[in-house]
Design a protein. Structure first.
Length: 411
């Protein structure tokens, strides 16, 4: 399923921001390497601009404009037809996923019901499990001396963690992990749909089991939540669970891969952060500012309005480029530069979003990323890129790295 790609050469040299915006398509493989240069040119020239790609949408690249949209759910709905985060779901496309795609009271009721599973304390309670699966995975890798860390590590841990939060038993977590990795690695849409259908049936089984006998896990909670006087339908629940798994898996796997690539590119940073949990925490936060794993999500304009002086019509689809906001020169000095000791500016970065839909899983993501990096640096202290290997960044619904072929001294 081609959601991200970094395989194609970068696009031409057009520097007219309006023209660049006009042809901007975040799913186009050609933009991966130079994505932030392109977005920077567009942002400085036209922070609200129309793209003619993907049936037309409005690309928002400026910090103030993105924040305004995300903080005004009455003017900008989280339900977006065919654009944004829901593009990662293959099945149940006609259903509207509670919380992710809903607004106002309905959204509040859902979000309030799920909050307990995502508090800092709930995230901390997962740390031991995260560490245990990191160690087990890395123990298996050490004797091999070489591996692609994306396939063998960054994509292995997060699906097991979100599976556990949902309340799946160990074998079911392993099933989930294998199938979601296969789903997002599928080369064709037909293959993705085939895996997607099996995956949807599996989730439906889990949902039905919990309808009869709800437990104390996240999925049971989702099955029993009442909003607007009713519980969610099976289709809504399957779509929502697929989005929840994607939110927990794709983001963290991609963020971890980007973090590892940065450590490979910057030996001083690597030396400073190895064994220092607090610095690793700062590293993760600056990484989420500089190259957030969630690159762009969408909104729909609910009534004719204006944004940054540009008229928008009801029904216009907007794409919020979170990573571009985080480099906006109006708010961040040298925003294009990754800096571990960046002074926390008064402007919070938007890598976790803002407003009503701000990332619910951010505490969990922080724990996962810190522990995954801590354990990797401990287990494979001299990992390095294999000779002649290059690691290509990807860009799409999420930002990551296609593969990290590395080697290390066998012990
Ligand atoms: C580095 C990792 C992550 C990043 C950068 C990230 C980023 C984001 C962003 C930007 C949004 C807002 C989207 C919008 O307003 O349109 C969001 C929403 C969300 N994220 Fe994350 N996320 C990450 C990890 C996670 C994890 C591990 C989970 C756990 C399940 C999670 C769960 C969610 C949920 C449930 C929402 C939707 C909240 C709502 O609609 O009210 N995220 N995330």
């Amino acid at each position: 399923m081609v959601l991200n790609s970094g395989d194609a050469p970068t696009r031409g040299t057009d520097t007219d921001p309006t023209a660049l915006a006009r042809q901007f398509n975040h799913l186009d493989p050609a933009i991966a390497e130079g994505a932030y240069e392109t977005l920077g040119t567009i942002r400085r020239g036209c922070p609200v601009a129309r793209s003619g790609e993907l049936d037309g949408f409005v690309l928002i690249t400026g910090y103030d404009e993105i924040r305004e949209v995300a903080q005004a759910p009455d003017r900008f709905s989280a339900y977006v037809d065919g654009l944004g985060a829901a593009a990662v779901v293959t099945e149940m496309r006609e259903a509207i996923a509670p919380m992710f795609e809903t607004d106002d009271q309905h959204h509040h009721q859902w979000r309030r019901a799920l909050t307990d599973f995502f508090t800092p304390a709930a995230a901390a309670a997962q740390e031991q499990y995260v560490r245990a699966i990191c160690r087990e995975t890395l123990q298996g890798l050490i004797p091999r001396g070489a591996a692609d860390l994306v396939a063998s590590y960054t994509q292995q841990v997060p699906p097991l963690v979100i599976g556990r939060v949902l309340g799946l038993a160990e074998l079911e977590r392993a099933w989930l992990s294998e199938h979601v990795r296969a789903l997002y690695a599928a080369d064709t849409l037909t293959e993705a749909h085939q895996i997607g259908r099996v995956y949807a049936d599996f989730l439906l089984g889990q949902i039905r089991e919990r309808r009869g006998h709800p437990g104390r896990d996240l999925l049971s909670c989702m099955v029993t939540v009442e909003a607007d006087g009713r519980t969610a339908s099976e289709d809504e629940l399957v779509k929502m669970t697929m989005l929840m798994v994607a939110a927990g898996h794709l983001t963290t796997a991609d963020a971890c891969a980007t973090a590892i690539l940065r450590l490979l590119e910057d030996p001083v940073l690597r030396e400073r952060t190895a064994g220092d949990a607090e610095l690793l925490g700062l590293f993760v936060e600056e990484l989420v500012r500089h190259e957030p794993a969630v690159t762009a999500t969408g909104r729909t304009v609910t009534a004719d309005t204006q944004l940054g002086g540009i008229p928008l019509s009801a029904g216009d689809r907007l794409l919020l480029a979170w990573g571009s906001a985080n480099r906006d020169e109006r708010h961040f000095d040298d925003g294009e530069v990754f800096r571990l000791d960046r002074e926390r500016s008064r402007t919070p970065h938007l890598g976790w979003g803002t407003g009503e839909h701000r990332c619910l899983g951010r505490h969990l993501a922080r724990v996962e990323l810190r522990v995954m990096l801590e354990e990797l640096l401990r287990a494979l202290p001299d990992f390095r890129l294999q000779p002649d290997a290059t690691a290509r960044r990807t860009f799409g619904v999420t930002r990551g790295v296609a593969a990290l072929p590395v080697q290390w001294s066998r012990r």
